[in-house]
Design a protein around this ligand. Structure first.
Ligand code: PLP
Length: 399
């Protein structure tokens, strides 16, 4: 029998993918399941970006690209960080990988020794903890309470830091909570880090362009330049430009770290040459699409938040960014469905929604905070309205 490596421990295929598979199975059986589980914009990749890829293919940009990214893409990234974040990186301080996920993987593989700790702000994207474990490190969860807007409290961070802490990973706007940090929210965190010079900061800014109500996006190295020498600023084109399948992520950070990440990447794979050409166009080309899509997402957020808050037993904070709502279902725990099914957890509630009401959403327990559930509102307003009607009905018949 196959014996998996010990380093995989209890890491399995992500719960989110399992829910997606269960929803797909029900769909194949003919059920009209509305899937609000995926972390993927429903929009299409912009045409100018597709054209850039076609041109790259015709121009023969089909050979092995440089290990850390093509000069054109690295230049576009340097310019992006300057233009949008006020950050100045040299070309050897930026790197390109097959998605921001691969950036995170390379960074943790390059930096963690057994026993090294990485502080994660729960609820968080579960991938973080799994990569840390695969890399031999120890994830340390710090809960971000809803009363604090699902943001990390400075005193909680301070308490979690030990001599073994290697990284704090911050994700603003957040998957799954949608919480984002204004400069005033971020300042107490950077102040704690200034007092602990051995702790590095990984700032996952992948949802940067999805912030609402006029909130100004900020990243840590921008508001606290003295942290830049120990900060990895992570970003990518997946969410902003609806390019999840192209697999391009990038980061800016100190040269020594970027070089160590290249060592890891050199034994996996560099990013696809054609996708890199497409990403150059995404970053350098017209940017109007960002504002258009931001407005569309904001309207969807409002639709979902209002519908959820009208349901007895559910409360939903209005998130500042990303395309997720993270609603509490605490008020439903202990109720029963007409067939006797007991809703005793957020996972049970999500199973009930999927199996009996044809809506796929993800329990908060998947992200380290219960009892909540995450809705991805990267879907048409019609299907969001229908899904909310299903959820409303599902809750009404609980007793
Ligand atoms: N970071 C967060 C918080 C995400 O939610 C995701 C995707 O779901 C990523 C990073 C990875 O994006 P990609 O690997 O497509 O660049």
């Amino acid at each position: 029998d196959f014996r998996p490596a010990g380093r995989l421990g209890s890491i399995g295929v992500s719960e989110i993918l399992k829910i997606g598979a269960a929803a797909a199975r029900l769909k194949r059986e003919g059920r009209p399941v509305i899937v609000l589980g995926a972390g993927e914009p429903d929009f299409d990749t912009p045409d100018n970006v597709k054209q850039a890829a076609e041109q790259a293919i015709r121009a023969g940009k089909t050979k092995y690209p440089p290990l850390e990214g093509t000069p054109e893409l690295k230049a576009a990234i340097v310019e992006k960080f300057r233009r949008e974040n006020g950050l100045s990186y040299a070309p050897d301080e930026v790197t390109v990988s097959s998605g921001a996920k691969a950036i995170l993987y390379n960074a943790f593989m390059a930096s963690l020794d057994p026993g090294d700790e990485v502080i994660l702000a729960a609820p968080y994207w579960t991938t973080y903890a799994d990569i840390v474990r695969i890399a031999g490190g120890t994830p340390v969860d710090v809960v971000c309470r809803e009363e604090n807007g699902f943001r990390l409290a400075a005193e909680d961070l301070e308490r979690a830091i030990t001599p073994r802490t290697r990284w704090l990973l911050l994700n603003s706007p957040s998957n799954p909570s949608g919480a984002a940090y204004s400069e005033a929210n971020l300042r107490p965190i950077t102040e704690v880090l200034l007092r602990h010079p051995h702790v590095w900061l990984m700032s996952d800014d992948i949802y940067e362009h999805l912030v609402y109500d006029g909130l100004a996006f900020v990243t840590a190295a921008q508001i606290e330049p003295s942290l830049k020498a120990r900060t990895l600023t992570v970003n990518g084109v997946s969410k902003a430009y609806a390019m999840t399948g192209w697999r391009i992520g990038y980061a800016g950070g100190p040269k020594s770290l970027i070089a160590a990440m290249a060592v890891v990447q050199s034994q996996i794979s560099m990013a696809c040459s054609v996708s890199q050409a497409a990403a150059v166009e995404a970053l350098n080309g017209p940017q109007e699409i960002l504002a258009e899509r931001r407005l569309a997402f904001q309207a969807r957020r409002d639709l979902v938040v209002d519908a959820l808050n009208a349901i007895d037993g559910i409360t939903c904070r209005k998130p500042e960014g990303a395309f997720y709502t993270f609603a509490s279902c605490a008020g439903l725990i202990g109720r029963r469905a007409p067939d006797g099914t007991l809703i005793d957890s957020d996972a049970a509630f999500c199973r009930y929604l999927l199996e009996q009401h044809d809506v796929a959403v993800v329990p908060g327990s998947c992200f380290g905070l219960a009892p909540y559930f995450r809705i991805s509102y990267a879907a048409s307003e019609d299907s969001l309205r229908e899904a909310c009607a299903h959820i409303t009905r599902a809750c009404e018949i609980l007793s």
